[in-house]
Design a protein around this ligand. Structure first.
Ligand code: MG
Length: 106
C-alpha cells in the first residue's frame, strides 16, 4: 500500500476521534466481520454478482488491516515478506507444485 494511502486511512480515524474505539479486539472483530462480508458475496455462486461490491468489501478488510498494523507497529511490507519467507520454507516448489495439500501432509 502506498504511504499516502495508509496516511489517509489513519487520518480518517483521527479526524473522527475513532482511535479510542480501536482496541485490538475491536479491530480483529471488525476485520473478521468485513471478511465475512466478502464471503457473503460468494454465497451460492462461484463469483460475485458485483465486482464493485467485492472491491468495497476487500477495501474494508484492508482498512482494518491498516489499523491493526498501525496499532501494533507492523510494517506491512516487512511482515508480508517475513511470512512469505516462512511459507516458501513450508511449501517448497518441488514438493507442492500444482498441489493444494497442506504443508504437513506433503
Ligand atoms: Mg463492509
Amino acid at each position: 500500500m502506498k504511504p499516502e494511502t495508509l496516511a489517509r486511512i489513519i487520518k480518517f480515524s483521527k479526524d473522527r476521534d475513532w482511535d479510542k474505539f480501536h482496541t485490538g479486539d475491536n479491530l480483529a472483530k471488525g476485520l473478521a466481520i468485513e471478511a465475512s462480508e466478502v464471503l457473503e458475496l460468494f454465497l451460492w455462486q462461484n463469483d460475485p454478482t458485483s465486482t464493485s461490491d467485492l472491491a468495497d468489501e476487500v477495501a474494508d478488510c484492508l482498512i482494518y488491516i491498516s489499523y491493526l498494523c498501525d496499532k501494533y507497529g507492523f510494517d506491512m511490507d516487512e511482515i508480508v515478506n517475513n511470512k512469505l519467507t516462512k511459507n516458501e520454507a513450508k511449501y517448497p516448489v518441488e514438493k507442492c507444485y500444482g498441489k493444494s495439500t497442506k504443508y504437513n501432509k506433503l
